[in-house]
Design a protein around this ligand. Structure first.
Ligand code: C2E
Ligand code: MG
Ligand code: MG
Ligand code: MG
Length: 289
């Protein structure tokens, strides 16, 4: 009887489980194929100086051009890539592709820009990341200062003592490091001081309500002044409105990314932007305050 019930339970739960596992497996196999068959690409979102609208670089954001589904968002496949460990070869592909792109732009004579790549927690803790970076930079002869890494708080805080060593090594190589999505995780201020971080990115969830929530405004001001007092550059992400821009200018945020300036765009479009003067006309500061 118990056995029968057990079997019933099994039969009751199995189809759902299998469906989920199958979906995961399909995604996993799909990602493997994507790597082999060149279905991945990088799009570039300009990083713009607030003071003059100058484009200083871009963040490389991965896109998966699925043969059937069309463009798949990284939010849908990066988590699976992290769980399965596929993030390691994918991350390596991202670093190599970004460096080869920088090399191609140098050969074309494009003015120097930086490219920031996102590094997931698992990839950051991986022993060989430094080797991958070294090889990518060496083989393309791209100056290390043109390559930036974006790491999240969870990526650095899971093993802070190892992070300190890692950041020192990255500094020796000359690669710059940003703390991404700042404010959404749990960073200890003590570690923030000890980490060799070059810049901090205010998470877009704070930027979104900057002009309507006094709490989010307070957090943004705090992040800007904290980062500046630690000699770090501040980048606001997800800037969509002129009012948000006004606020960020008033509190001397250094750079911005967001739809107000540009969405992530293909490499050729980003290169044209830089070639055509490398400026994005920003709305003038409003005088309504
Ligand atoms: P993230 O690194 O924080 O990137 C910012 C995300 O905000 C990007 O989404 C970007 O397209 C989006 N965004 C930029 N400006 C605006 C705006 O004004 N409004 C709104 N609503 N969104 C804006 P995306 O490209 O979908 O990437 C999502 C996340 O996926 C990234 O967040 C990053 O965590 C991850 N990701 C993307 N590419 C890679 C990669 O190559 N490697 C790894 N490990 N993660 C990646
Ligand atoms: Mg990022
Ligand atoms: Mg971010
Ligand atoms: Mg984010």
């Amino acid at each position: 009887r118990a056995k029968e019930q057990g079997r019933n339970d099994f039969r009751f739960y199995a189809p759902e489980m299998n469906a989920r596992m199958l979906e995961r497996l399909e995604l996993e196999n799909g990602l493997r194929r994507a790597l082999e068959q060149d279905e991945l690409e990088l799009h570039y979102q300009p990083k713009v100086e607030l003071a003059h609208g100058r484009v200083v670089g871009a963040e490389a954001l991965i896109r998966w051009r699925h043969p059937v589904l069309g463009m798949v968002s990284p939010a849908d496949f990066i988590p699976v890539a992290e769980e399965t460990g596929l993030i390691v070869p994918i991350g390596e592909w991202v670093i190599n592709t970004a460096c080869r792109q920088l090399q191609a732009w140098r050969e074309e004579g494009l003015p120097d820009v930086s490219v920031a790549v996102n590094v997931s927690a698992r990839q950051f803790q991986q022993a060989d990341l430094v080797g991958v970076l070294d090889e990518a930079l060496r083989s393309t002869e791209v100056p290390a200062r043109q390559l930036h890494l974006e790491v999240t708080e969870s990526g650095v805080m899971s093993n802070p003592e190892r992070t300190i060593v890692m950041l020192r090594t990255l500094k020796e190589i000359g690669v710059l490091v940003s703390l991404d999505d700042f404010g959404t995780g749990y960073s200890s201020l003590n570690y923030l001081k000890r980490f060799l971080i070059d810049s901090v990115k205010i998470d877009q969830s704070f930027v979104a309500d900057l002009t309507t929530s006094s709490e989010d405004a307070a957090i943004a001001r705090m992040v800007i002044s904290l980062a500046h007092s630690l000699n770090q550059t501040v980048v606001a992400e997800g800037v969509e409105t002129a009012a948000q821009l006004d606020f960020l200018r008033r509190y001397h945020c250094d750079q911005m990314q967001g739809y107000l300036c540009s969405r992530p765009i293909p490499a050729a479009a980003f290169a044209s932007l830089v070639r055509d003067g490398g400026h994005i006309p920003l709305p003038a500061t409003s005088r309504l305050h």
